[in-house]
Design a protein around this ligand. Structure first.
Ligand SMILES: [Zn+2]
Length: 244
């Protein structure tokens, strides 16, 4: 499944100590939906039927962007989709938009940069940069922080390649739960269409700010409800956990 193959890729938040698996219903869900539904899920954030958001317990991905990608993108559509998943789930695990977009012209955007609205002189990047992985690994964030929480200072984009992986805690990883099915590794086919994407004006309307209140312990377990119908057909539940 595309969502899990992305999140559990060694280049993604898996390298920060997270695991995302199909599982029982939980407190969080990832939804790929048409613009009006995303707008509803993202309220009071304003997504204008055009962008995606993380809003409390929901990660809502805009199906139009999923189908066509943004107006400006310099890699494959699959790469854009992986960016979208990594970015919004990045918010779910407490990551914020950094600054600057990239330290050197043409260098990769941090995955937590808002790349749907343009690459702004940086290159498109689907995966967390090394420092982003380190930051996510070092910071026990509250999942699904609410948008009205006070944000921490803007992270500094240190640049660097997106291939860096970081060691997770020295503590042994717990064995997978017996109820969790194995994680599919193959990507599902994306919704297909023969129409073309209309030109669109991007406006940054989603605050998406996240905040760690320091109360979350390491080793929490959070459920993700995945509406697979939008990723390939059907409905499924998922569990994500942070390894000790
Ligand atoms: Zn964002």
């Amino acid at each position: 499944m595309f969502l899990f193959s992305t999140l559990n890729d060694p280049r993604s938040w898996a390298s920060s100590g997270f695991e995302f698996t199909l599982g029982q219903p939980g407190d969080f869900r990832v939804v790929l939906a048409e613009g009006p539904e995303v707008d509803r899920l993202c309220e009071p954030l304003k997504t204008g039927s055009n962008v995606s958001c993380q809003n409390g317990s929901v990660v809502a991905l805009n199906a139009g962007k999923w189908r066509f990608g943004p107006t400006e993108w310099d890699s494959t559509l699959d790469d854009y989709r992986r960016y979208l998943v990594n970015h919004e789930v990045g918010h779910l695990i407490g990551q914020r938009h950094p600054s600057p977009r990239c330290p050197d012209l043409g260098a990769p955007n941090a995955v937590m940069e808002q790349q749907t609205g343009g690459l702004k002189g940086c290159s498109g990047n689907a995966w967390p940069l090394g420092w982003e992985l380190e930051r996510a690994a070092a910071r026990p964030a509250v999942l699904a922080p609410l948008p009205d929480w006070q944000p921490e200072p803007t992270p500094v984009n240190l640049g660097g390649l997106a291939t860096t992986t970081v060691p997770v805690s020295a503590a042994p990883d717990p064995a997978p739960t017996s109820t969790a099915p194995s994680v599919p590794t193959s990507a599902t086919s994306a919704p297909s269409t023969t129409t073309t994407s209309p030109p669109e004006q991007f406006t940054e309307t989603s605050p998406e700010e996240t905040q760690d209140d320091g109360s979350s312990p390491w080793g929490w377990i959070v459920g993700l409800v995945l509406l697979i119908g939008l990723f390939g057909g059907g409905t499924a539940w998922a569990v994500a956990k942070r390894r000790q």
